[in-house]
Design a protein around this ligand. Sequence first.
Ligand SMILES: Cc1cc2nc3c(=O)[nH]c(=O)nc-3n(C[C@H](O)[C@H](O)[C@H](O)COP(=O)(O)O)c2cc1C
Length: 174
Amino acid sequence: MSKEITLTGVEQTFADNELIVSKTDPKGRLTYCNDIFLQISGYTEQECLGQPHNMIRHPHMPRCIFGLLWETIQEGNEIFAYVVNRCKNGDHYWVNAHVTPSKNKAGEILGFHSNRRTPDQRILNEIIKPLYKDLLAEEQRHTNRKTGLQASTDMVQNILKSKSLEYDEFFAKL
Ligand SMILES: Cc1cc2nc3c(=O)[nH]c(=O)nc-3n(C[C@H](O)[C@H](O)[C@H](O)COP(=O)(O)O)c2cc1C
């Protein structure tokens, strides 16, 4: 879906005291979007509910970050990640996202929940944007999608290994 929409290059922002919230079913289809989510993305609730969360996917996001996200939450763990999202009109907005699984008493995953805050601009500009640019370039260097994803995933793992950090430790130290 994202590829069909022309990107404007215009960045949208939201206030430090605002939270962009969404919830999904176990397959990642939207079951809840708060008003700030709808306001910034430019979609109505009707347009969002039941849709896969990748409806707001920005093509500049490296796929390996979503690979890591899904691997983590499907194992029942939570994850933080910087993400750039696409608005309905082709604008974009950066978020610092926290994604968590919702479980029942038996530990089964009923769905997922994400709260997003405004990103730290220094971290975004000095670390995340250059890192994601490199990861995306690595993915695009390969004509085969699967090989590209593996190569960028390896790149992330090698960076973490060189710092002797797990991803959550890396994020916490940003
Ligand atoms: C609770 C939750 C929140 C998510 N939030 C976003 C988001 O803000 N932006 C985004 O592009 N993907 C988000 N995703 C990941 C998408 O499901 C999807 O994996 C991603 O957009 C990449 O799309 P693709 O797998 O089709 O390449 C979220 C997933 C879950 C479960």
